[in-house]
Design a protein around this ligand. Structure first.
Ligand SMILES: *[C@@H]1O[C@H](CO)[C@@H](O)[C@H](O)[C@H]1NC(C)=O
Length: 386
C-alpha cells in the first residue's frame, strides 16, 4: 500500500519532533537516585522490563550522575529493539565479597544498543587482596553479554573492573565501537574485551589500557574483525588461552588490523596449553601493527603451562594453520621479537611473515622458531625463522 505523500511527510515530522513516541524509560522515574549511595538495581531492572515488553522500540535512559548498582541480570527476549542510553556512571560496590561472577549481565536479547556512559567496577580492594596473596574470590566481570544476537555497544567507558571489563559469550553479530577501557597495569585479570563461542564480533576504534589482555579471543570465536585499537598498558591482543579442555571448539577467520601497542607485555599472540585438545586455529590475519617498546611483539606459544600444573612434558593438541603477520613494525623491549614456539605433535603450518621490521635497543632483534613452517615475503627483520 502506498502512502499519500502529505501523509508520509506528516509522519516524518511527527517522528522527528516527537521522538518520545518511541517509548523512553528513565531510571529515576523508577526510583533510582543519583549520588552513588542508593542501590539503583531495582530501578534499572524495572525500567528494563518495561522497555523490554514495550510494543515499540524502547530506550532505557540513565541520566547524568552517579548511580550505585549492585549486580543485575537484564534478560530478554524483548518485544522490540531496546536501547540502553547511559549518560551517567554506574558504580559497583567495592566490597568484592558480596559480588557474583558478573556485575551487569545481559542475556537472551536480539536487537540491543548500548551507548555512552561509564561503568566503574571499583576493583581496587580486590586487586589489593590478590596482591597480598590472601585467598580472594576470582572476581566479577563488569559487563557480560551472553546468548544474544545483534548487539551494538558504542562509546562506552569501563574503568577499574574487578575482573574482565567486557565479556561476550555465545553471541552473534556484535559491534563494539569507540570504547574506552581503563585499569592500572598492575590490576590482575582485568582483560579488556573477552570473546568466546561467538560469531561475527567486530571491535573498532577503541582504546584499551589495562592489567591483562587488551582483547582475548577464546575457543569457538569465528569471523572476528578488530580494527583501529590502541593497547597499553596490557598484555596485548591474544588468541587464547586455547586447549585447556580436551573437547574444545576451534577459532576461525580472525582479522586484526591497524593496532598500536605501547609498553605491553605482548603484541599479537596465540597461546595454547601444552595439553591434548580437539581445538584449532585456522585463518588469522594480523596486519598493520605498530609496536612501541613491546616485550614480545609476535608470539605463538603452544607450550603454555603455568606453574607446570596439569601438563608437564605434554604437547599441545591445538592445530594452528594459516596465520599471517603482515606489516608489523616498531620496537621490541626484549632481544627476541618473534617467537613461534609450536607443538612437536602439531607443528604450526602455513605461517606467513611479510614486511616485518622490529628492532631492539636501536639494533637488530632476534627470532626464535620451533616446529613452525610457512613462507616469508618482503623484508622480514628479524629473519631466519621459517
Ligand atoms: C570472515 O569474517 C569476516 C568478518 O570479520 C566476514 O566478513 C567474512 O565473510 C568471513 N569469511 C568467511 C569465509 O566466512
Amino acid at each position: 500500500m502506498l502512502l499519500h505523500r502529505p501523509l508520509s511527510l506528516a509522519l516524518l515530522i511527527f517522528f522527528f519532533f516527537f521522538p518520545l513516541a518511541r517509548a523512553a524509560y528513565e531510571i529515576v522515574n523508577f526510583g533510582a537516585k543519583p549520588g552513588g549511595t542508593v542501590d539503583a538495581s531495582n530501578a534499572l531492572r524495572r525500567a528494563w522490563s518495561s522497555a523490554c515488553s514495550s510494543a515499540t522500540p524502547a530506550t532505557v535512559h540513565v541520566p547524568k550522575g552517579t548511580f550505585l548498582l549492585h549486580s543485575v541480570i537484564l534478560s530478554g527476549p524483548c518485544k522490540r529493539f531496546v536501547t540502553l542510553w547511559i549518560e551517567g556512571t554506574f558504580v559497583a560496590p567495592s566490597n568484592y565479597a558480596l559480588m557474583p561472577s558478573k556485575w551487569i549481565t545481559i542475556t537472551k536479547v536480539n536487537g540491543l544498543r548500548i551507548t555512552g556512559g561509564t561503568l566503574d567496577g571499583q576493583g581496587n580492594a580486590l586487586w589489593a587482596c590478590k596482591h597480598a596473596r590472601r585467598s580472594c574470590p576470582h572476581g566479577t566481570d563488569t559487563l557480560a553479554i551472553g546468548n544474544s544476537k545483534n548487539v551494538e555497544i558504542i562509546g562506552l567507558s569501563s574503568i577499574n573492573s574487578k575482573l574482565f571489563h567486557i565479556s561476550i559469550y555465545k553471541t552473534e553479530n556484535v559491534a563494539l565501537r569507540g570504547l574506552k577501557i581503563v585499569a592500572p597495569e598492575a590490576s590482575p585479570n582485568t582483560d579488556g574485551i573477552h570473546v568466546q563461542m561467538s560469531r561475527g564480533v567486530t571491535i573498532t576504534g577503541s582504546s584499551i589500557k589495562t592489567g591483562d589482555d587488551c582483547i582475548s579471543i577464546g575457543p569457538g570465536s569465528t569471523n572476528m574483525w578488530i580494527e583501529g585499537i590502541t593497547c597499553g598498558p596490557g598484555h596485548g591482543i591474544s588468541i587464547g588461552s586455547l586447549g585447556r579442555s580436551l573437547q574444545e571448539e576451534g577459532v576461525k577467520n580472525i582479522t586484526v588490523k591497524t593496532a598500536e601497542f605501547t609498553g605491553t607485555q605482548n603484541g599479537l599472540r596465540i597461546k595454547a596449553w601444552a595439553r591434548d585438545s580437539t581445538g584449532f586455529v585456522n585463518g588469522v590475519s594480523f596486519q598493520h601493527a605498530v609496536m612501541k617498546n613491546v616485550e614480545n611483539p609476535i608470539v605463538i606459544d603452544q607450550n603454555y603451562c603455568p606453574s607446570s600444573h596439569g601438563c608437564p612434558s605434554q604437547a599441545s593438541g591445538i592445530k594452528i594453520n594459516q596465520v599471517q603477520f603482515w606489516d608489523i613494525k616498531g620496537t621490541s623491549a626484549k632481544k627476541v621479537a618473534v617467537t613461534l614456539d609450536c607443538s612437536p605433535r602439531n607443528p604450526c603450518r602455513g605461517i606467513s611473515l611479510r614486511d616485518i621490521k622490529l628492532t631492539y635497543n636501536g639494533g637488530p632483534a632476534k627470532s626464535f622458531c620451533c616446529h613452525a613452517s610457512g613462507t616469508t615475503m618482503g623484508v622480514v627483520d628479524p629473519s631466519g625463522c621459517l
